[in-house]
Design a protein around this ligand. Structure first.
Ligand SMILES: O=C(O)c1cc(C(=O)O)c2c(n1)C(=O)C(=O)c1cc(C(=O)O)[nH]c1-2
Ligand SMILES: [Ca+2]
Length: 564
């Protein structure tokens, strides 16, 4: 028997039990929907902060975490691989764990961490040096600490793990360094590896010298040896659907970015994979950007939901992809139901073929081969303008789905980029892009747009425009509310049906975290982490200049209604 604490059954039921938050995604399906409605479009006008907690000084920025709540304790990760356990009623610190990171870690896009997992008496999280740590939930003492991959080869870990039937399931980061993506399952009690599923064809037999439990697959969709450093990082973690017993992981960009160096589809990069949690087998794959040439990547979360259409219910899943399309896919077999643009496009594809599930490419919008010349300097290809930018119509920040309104709430961004290709050869631990870029806004008055999307039609039902790019997660509740944060510092709440803004509070730094809500002592609470950072200030080109004044930091805020 497992020591006292949440069980596998508690984790599977997380979405139905508002007294705790046991999973990243507020339920393994990742819907980020709460059944609570004490706080609603009317009562929220009175909502106030109860307490706040500071993450401290050093390297505190890019707070992309979603807190967990169990038995009156909040478990929240901070940037730079920290984990805090806090009294949920007072904010008092119970313990803090700071991973001791080596020199030379190589996260591509800031020192972020998106959250922890909990099972029994342990809490778990991944660290920037690509290790997975299990801590005793009451004391913060290390129970086990496993190396997942070699940080000196560019591997890191930024995603929250998920737990499915006693296994802790993780992805990896490092697509910009020519790593090989993988999904891995470990025994949550001991940390021993149960299976490893590489995500790049050609690597199915071994991974990093370790024996893989998978049978070999030929590298048919790659040229030469490029599959050995092919990317496809699983850097955002996954979701799980018990009805189909599938884990869904997105995979990142193929490496290098210069697509002319790697003819072929480059499976299974820029895809969604449905994986059997028992043995790591791929049940189906859907490649959103075959032969990706824009760093469109494809890690975005896949959220299971019931698609009610033409009097039928289809077991579906949705993904708002970095490539700017909103996909609805049959989650039992990977068959495309619809693909609709949700941001402005420069027609890199004119649409998706519903029969084959493939994009209809517009070759004029693929960044040209540097061998053809025409670039600004020797060895550079001709630049083109493409939208969305490589930071995506939507990046890592998770959308939410409400079964009450049947709408998805998507944190989107409107921007494009000048992009050109360059020559590159692989060198262990060095950036492996073969491309250069500058991001540019498309409109004067806004970049971010929270969009309510009807999955039956792909139509945008309402939108909220934000001056700075949106980079935080979304939460929706039975109180007809949608919550998200802004880089300007506000946690905002909107009417889920109309998009009317009903409440806001400034948290003192930019928000790039994901909000949660739970019930405690008969009252409803809301919480968000604040602390600007992530990829935008690092890679945002003209946009980065506009947002560089935002102060960084790290704070957890907790809100509720005043006592009646
Ligand atoms: O290919 C990868 O392994 C990888 C990893 C990560 C990461 O782990 O955060 C990001 C990206 N790619 C990426 O392309 C990207 O735009 C990005 C944004 C962010 C962020 O936290 O703001 N991370 C990442
Ligand atoms: Ca990437």
């Amino acid at each position: 028997a497992r020591a006292a604490g949440p069980t596998d059954q508690d984790i599977q039921k997380d979405a139905e039990t508002p007294g705790d938050v046991l999973t990243y995604g507020m339920g393994l399906q990742g819907q980020r929907h709460s059944t609570l409605k004490t706080i609603n479009t009317e009562t929220i006008k009175k909502m106030v902060p109860v307490w706040a907690f500071s993450f401290g000084g050093e390297k505190q920025r890019g707070q992309e975490s979603q807190p967990l709540v169990h038995d009156g304790v909040i478990y929240v990760t901070g940037s730079y691989s920290r984990l805090f356990a806090l009294d949920a009623r007072t904010g008092e610190k119970k313990w803090q764990y700071d991973a001791r990171l080596p020199e030379g870690i190589m996260p591509c896009c800031d020192v972020v961490n998106r959250g922890a997992a909990i099972l029994g008496d342990k809490v778990y999280f991944g660290t920037l040096d690509a290790r997975l740590v299990a801590l005793n939930k009451d004391t913060g003492k290390v129970v086990w600490n496993k190396k997942v991959a070699d940080y000196q080869a560019g591997y890191s870990m930024t995603a929250a793990p998920i737990i499915v039937n006693g296994k802790i399931i993780t992805g990896n980061s490092g697509g910009e360094f020519g790593v090989v993506g993988a999904v891995e399952a470990r025994d949550a009690e001991t940390g021993e590896l149960v299976w490893t599923r590489p995500t790049v064809e050609g690597n199915m037999g071994t991974l990093n010298g370790k024996e893989s439990t998978m049978t070999g697959t030929k590298n048919a969709s790659w040229t030469g040896d490029l599959w050995q450093t092919g990317g496809g990082a699983t850097w955002l973690g996954g979701t799980y659907d018990a009805e189909t017993n599938s884990i869904f992981f997105g995979t990142g960009n193929p490496a290098p970015w210069n697509s002319h160096l790697r003819p072929g589809d480059n499976l299974y990069t820029s895809s969604t994979l449905a994986i059997n949690p028992d043995n790591g087998e791929i049940k189906w794959h859907f490649q959103t950007t075959p032969h990706d040439g824009w760093d469109f990547d494809g890690v975005n979360e896949f959220i299971s939901f019931d698609l009610k259409k033409d009097g039928k219910v289809i077991k579906a899943g949705a993904k708002a992809d970095r490539n700017g399309y909103f996909f609805v896919i049959d989650r039992t077999n990977g068959k495309l139901q619809s693909a609709t643009p949700f941001v402005t496009q420069t027609s890199w594809a004119t649409g998706f073929d519903l029969k084959t599930g493939r994009p209809i490419y517009n070759d004029a919008n693929r960044p040209p081969n540097p061998m053809d010349g025409g670039g600004a300097a020797a060895g550079q290809g001709k630049p083109i303008f493409a939208a969305p930018s490589f930071l995506g119509g939507k990046n890592w920040m998770p959308m939410a789905y409400s079964p009450d309104t049947d709408l998805f709430y998507v944190p989107a961004n409107e921007w494009g980029m000048d992009i050109w290709n360059e020559a590159i050869t692989y060198k262990k631990g060095a950036a492996y892009l073969g491309a250069g870029f500058t991001i540019k806004p498309l409109f004067d008055d806004y970049i971010g747009a929270l969009r309510a999307i009807d999955p039956k039609t792909g139509k945008i039902v309402w939108e909220y425009k934000n001056p700075a790019p949106l980079w935080g997660g979304v939460l929706t509740t039975a109180g007809n509310l949608v919550f998200t944060g802004t880089p300007e510092g506000y946690l905002k709440a909107f009417d889920a049906k109309t998009g009317a803004e009903v409440w806001k509070f400034n948290t003192g730094s930019g928000i790039v975290g994901s909000p949660i809500t739970w019930e405690m002592d008969g009252e409803q609470y809301v919480s968000i982490v604040s602390g600007w950072g992530g990829a935008v200030p690092l890679w945002g080109g003209e946009v980065a200049k506009k947002v560089k004044d935002i102060n960084q930091g790290g704070m957890l805020w907790v809100f509720k209604l005043p006592k009646a």
